[in-house]
Design a binder for this molecule. Structure first.
Ligand SMILES: Nc1ncnc2c1ncn2[C@@H]1O[C@H](COP(=O)(O)OP(=O)(O)OP(=O)(O)O)[C@@H](O)[C@H]1O
Ligand SMILES: [Mg+2]
Length: 353
């Protein structure tokens, strides 16, 4: 078989690269370029070989190339950067360029080798992904807000409208009990009064599950105490809640986010942790409200640790905090148990004393 000379080997290697590729000497003269390079420039090989970027590219682009060549020659290190260049159709295209030094057998740098890949499509796809993530996040925030408002409205109507009607019914039944003659009427109205009482209790429970009125009427601190008492009453958990400032009130969005985050964290403790005690500390630092929920249970399972926001509860906490420019972190603590840490900024929203 006839062997290829070095030049043919070089040519074959370079032309097999679909991206622009070239070799330059120490003075930045082109020693070789591949067909992809010539195609992008729309020139013949003779117009490039032996020349420097100044004679091939526009002055601004040439300066960038010479500077990056010099940087590679000086440092002896590979450089990778992204650049935007005008394309023949008048638009702009984005390239990822990698330049490396070429060394002789004594390790002396004798030139540079470069490759430049058109990443415009990838960039456009990345930009689109970022934009669509932002859109999804905005939609999720909007839905959270609408859902919360809807819950508030239904809870309020259940409490005010239906609650009032039932109270009026109970009063009238009480009157009937007093005034109806005969034993059988008395027993029936007594039963009806019992049913009305049960309905009132059910209605209160449903309304507060939707959204506790205490949150809107008395604020976050009272609502957190109410929540802790409720969870403690329905579980074996020992819950300790401390607030460094019980005198502050917060805007509706911050109160809602903080309340829902603590509510989800406590629900998770009850459902998943097997913990005996939970410590909730809320404190203010650097114009932020910090809420830490620490349990002494079995901790997150490995898969939840590695994919932290893979379920709705933790994801929802994160989204609520992000809505306000805050963060939520969830992780295991060294002695076992889980720590949820929410930080909500107050600066622009203002905690009011
Ligand atoms: N305090 C905790 N202790 C132990 N494991 C926990 C704790 N909190 C969360 N986890 C684990 O993390 C997982 C994800 O929690 P997340 O709240 O996102 O989902 P979930 O509670 O399973 O479902 P939901 O969407 O109803 O909240 C849980 O399934 C559980 O395995
Ligand atoms: Mg959950």
């Amino acid at each position: 078989m006839k062997s290829l000379d070095l030049r043919q080997q070089q040519r074959a290697l370079l032309d097999n690269i679909p991206d622009m590729a070239w070799l330059k000497d120490r003075e930045c003269h082109y020693l070789a370029v591949n067909t992809a390079y010539l195609r992008v420039l729309g020139v013949a090989e003779e117009e490039v070989l032996g020349r420097t970027p100044r004679e091939v590219w526009s002055p601004e682009i040439a300066e960038v190339y010479l500077r990056s060549d010099q940087a590679v020659l000086r440092s002896g290190r590979r450089r990778r950067y992204e650049e935007t260049r005008p394309s023949p159709d008048g638009g702009l295209r984005c390239f990822e360029t990698i330049k490396s030094p070429i060394r002789d057998e004594n390790g002396r740098i004798v030139g540079t080798v470069g490759i430049s890949r058109d990443i415009s499509e990838r960039k456009a796809a990345e930009d689109e992904l970022v934009a669509s993530r932002a859109e999804l996040r905005a939609l999720s925030h909007y839905l959270q807000k609408v859902r919360e408002e809807e819950r508030k409205r239904i809870a309020r109507e259940l409490h005010d409208e239906l609650g009032q009607t039932l109270t009026a019914m109970k009063m009238d039944l009480g009157w009937l009990r007093e005034h109806l003659p005969g034993q059988q009427y008395g027993a029936r109205t007594e039963r009806l009064i019992g049913l009305v009482d049960r309905s009132v209790a059910d209605l209160r429970r449903i309304a507060s599950d939707l959204r506790p009125l205490i949150l809107d009427e008395l604020g976050l601190v009272s609502a957190m105490h109410w929540l802790v008492d409720k969870v403690a009453a329905h579980s074996d958990l020992d819950i300790d809640l401390t607030f460094d400032r019980e005198d502050l009130t917060y805007d509706a969005e911050t109160s809602t986010a903080a309340f829902r985050i603590v509510q989800e964290a406590l629900t998770n403790v009850v459902r998943h942790s097997g913990a005996r005690t939970v410590t909730i500390s809320a404190y203010h630092a650097q114009e932020r409200l910090h809420i830490e929920i620490l349990d002494d249970g079995r901790g997150l399972p490995p898969v939840a640790t590695s994919r932290r926001f893979d379920r709705h509860g933790l994801l929802g906490m994160d989204e609520r905090a992000r809505m306000l420019g805050g963060t939520v972190s969830v992780g295991n603590v060294p002695d076992g148990g889980v720590r949820v840490c929410a930080i909500l900024p107050l600066a622009s929203r203002g905690a009011v004393s």
